[in-house]
Write a protein that binds this ligand. Structure first.
Ligand SMILES: Nc1ncnc2c1ncn2[C@@H]1O[C@H](COP(=O)(O)OP(=O)(O)OP(=O)(O)O)[C@@H](O)[C@H]1O
Ligand SMILES: [Mg+2]
Length: 385
């Protein structure tokens, strides 16, 4: 599970908007996502359409250890779960004052559900108190949204220092992975200057041991877009509220960028997987990153083309589309497998057209692709018989 705290102690910079829509975009791509609302204002909870006071156990109950994290997780969309919050959370900080290890309560809880999700996003409050410490202890990465105006970098040093302290004392390996420029207005002069300043600042840290030495400005900016400001009051993500707007486009691109990083870090060919997802889109299939990963992995060996074919058929995808999607995908190992299946049933190579059709049909019912069957049954048989 990739774990990301979205943090900036400055208020109103786009933290909650970023968590909501990035999490939603990844979930729509097929990743399993958990979002935690760690801000007593409960904006994330509301933005995802959950009424904070009706929400049952949430972040407060986890931190005060009065509920198990599993009971606080609510599914709010396909592939997207939320740990909601309510105003009780304000009290958590003082209630926990005498609890030993109070910074790592969330981290310990999150570990127990690690297997259930591909991504965790934590929406932090605009402060650097105990709630934020719990977020920083529970993740490996910090994503900092910035609004590029002239005070953008004020407080930036303090923010990085906090991350640094947590990485030294509580959570070794914690890194600032990215800075996301939000509410970007390209017509204003200042944003590009602020951007250049941040770039320079981050460049200077490269190769040092600081917690932000690998941080990058995310190459996709979030443009100022009124639809992003309207969506929360309807309890909708931008993809539900106005799927064609700039805001939806920008957050989808950020999610794709993050997912590409995830794949690359796992040693998977991100470009190839992206191409499969794009192809699924062209064929009118629901894009599904997990499936595309399995598909590309399969080409590498394990998940054979015939299993993919069965899997696609199970999802109700038409045969023609499957053939098209899998065209040219029969690998040598797949042919080898088909050959041994065939030889388990037929000892002789087909000598006439009828026999050929019989064997071809047999392979087809076993899920092998027409292309592959033609390739296999055309080969001289005595070689391998
Ligand atoms: N790109 C954008 N264009 C226009 N409005 C935006 C954009 N991003 C966020 N907003 C709006 O700006 C306001 C602040 O954004 P958001 O709530 O995401 O910030 P935040 O950092 O979470 O704030 P807080 O510190 O209070 O938690 C919200 O009303 C939000 O809808
Ligand atoms: Mg917020």
């Amino acid at each position: 599970m990739r774990t990301i705290a979205v943090l900036n102690q400055k208020g109103g910079v786009g933290k909650t908007t970023t968590v909501t829509n990035t999490a939603a975009a990844l979930a729509r791509m097929g990743a399993r996502v958990l979002a935690i609302d760690l801000d007593p204002q409960a904006h994330l909870t509301i933005h995802l359409g959950v009424e904070p006071d009706s929400a049952g156990p949430g972040a407060y109950e986890i931190l005060t250890q009065s509920a198990d994290i599993k009971d606080a997780i609510r599914q709010v969309r396909d592939n997207l779960c939320l740990i909601p919050t309510n105003v009780n959370l304000v009290g958590a900080e003082s209630e926990l004052v005498s609890v030993v290890g109070r910074e790592v309560i969330l981290s310990e809880a999150v570990e127990t559900v690690e297997d259930r999700f591909d991504y965790l996003f934590i929406d932090c409050p605009p402060s650097l108190g105990l709630l934020t410490l719990n977020a920083l202890a529970a993740v490996k990465e910090v994503l900092i949204p910035l609004q590029p105006h002239f005070l953008a970098l004020q407080g930036f040093g303090k923010l990085l220092q906090t991350v640094e302290i947590v990485s030294r004392r509580i959570n070794p390996g914690l890194k600032v992975s990215g800075v996301l420029l939000c509410m970007y207005d390209s017509r204003a002069l200042l944003p590009s200057e602020v951007k250049a300043d941040i770039e320079q600042f981050l460049r200077e840290a490269r190769g040092t041991r600081s917690a932000w030495s690998e941080a990058r400005i995310i190459p996709r900016l979030i443009r100022r877009n009124i639809k992003l400001a309207e969506a929360p009051s309807y309890g909708k993500t931008i993809f539900e509220y106005e799927p064609g707007c700039n805001g939806a486009e920008d957050y989808a691109a950020v999610a794709q960028y993050l997912h590409k990083q995830t794949l690359t870090a796992a040693g998977l060919p991100a470009d190839e997987i992206e191409a499969v997802i794009a192809r699924m889109g062209e064929l009118g299939l629901q894009s599904d990153s997990r499936f595309a990963e399995a598909f590309v992995r399969g080409k590498a060996a394990r998940f054979g083309a015939s299993r993919l074919r069965n899997e696609l058929a199970r999802r109700g995808i038409e045969r023609e589309l499957i053939d098209e999607a899998l065209a040219g995908e029969c690998t040598e190992s797949e042919i080898e497998r088909a050959r041994s299946v065939l030889h388990g049933r037929f000892r002789e190579a087909p000598t006439d057209a009828r026999e050929w059709a019989r064997q071809a049909r047999f392979l087809q019912t076993r899920g092998f692709a027409p292309d592959l069957i033609r390739k296999l049954l055309k080969e001289p048989y005595d070689e391998s018989a």
